[in-house]
Write a protein that binds this ligand. Structure first.
Ligand SMILES: NC(=O)c1ccc[n+]([C@@H]2O[C@H](COP(=O)([O-])OP(=O)(O)OC[C@H]3O[C@@H](n4cnc5c(N)ncnc54)[C@H](OP(=O)(O)O)[C@@H]3O)[C@@H](O)[C@H]2O)c1
Length: 125
């Protein structure tokens, strides 16, 4: 059965901007699924919002891992039957204060994978 409220999924929601976006969406009577790659941190963040009286849920979600992304999609779909808002907030800046000329291939790869390819992953594979 379809959930009767709008449902939002926020990636990287355990802290920072993602957590605040989640809080503000929940304040607007939207059911919010907080995605986080670390279960303890994600559960703790979700608990903080639950304690404040919001309708929130935790979903383990690593945007670098295609199977994790699809498990989250399946989980939200099975639980709510809808997804109205997707906030692709998860991101990294591992190259802070490093010149682009000094970037290692691994660092560049991780950044592209997390910030660009993760949100774009369109297919199950
Ligand atoms: N703050 C700024 O001034 C600013 C400016 C421009 C753009 N942004 C962008 O806005 C977003 C949020 O910024 P913020 O300042 O709130 O950053 P933040 O405090 O560093 O939070 C980033 C969030 O993304 C999560 N994350 C990182 N890699 C992930 C992965 N592979 N899968 C799932 N989650 C992952 C982190 O999880 P962990 O806690 O597990 O690391 C954390 O929850 C980022 O995309 C950032 O690049 C921020």
């Amino acid at each position: 059965m379809k959930h009767n409220r709008k449902v939002a999924l926020v990636t990287g929601a355990n802290k920072g901007i993602g957590f605040e976006i989640s809080r503000q969406l929940a304040q607007r009577e939207i059911t919010v699924v907080l995605g986080a790659r670390n279960e303890d941190k994600g559960m703790a963040a979700t608990f903080r919002l639950k304690e404040a009286g919001f309708d929130v849920y935790f979903q383990l979600l690593d945007v670098n891992d295609a199977s994790s992304i699809w498990q989250a999609v399946d989980g939200v779909w099975k639980q709510f039957g809808r997804l109205d808002i997707l906030v692709n907030n998860a991101g990294i800046q591992v190259d802070r204060n490093i010149s682009v000329l000094d970037l290692s291939p691994d660092m560049l790869n991780l950044t592209l994978q997390t910030n660009v390819l993760g949100p774009l992953k369109p297919n199950r594979y």
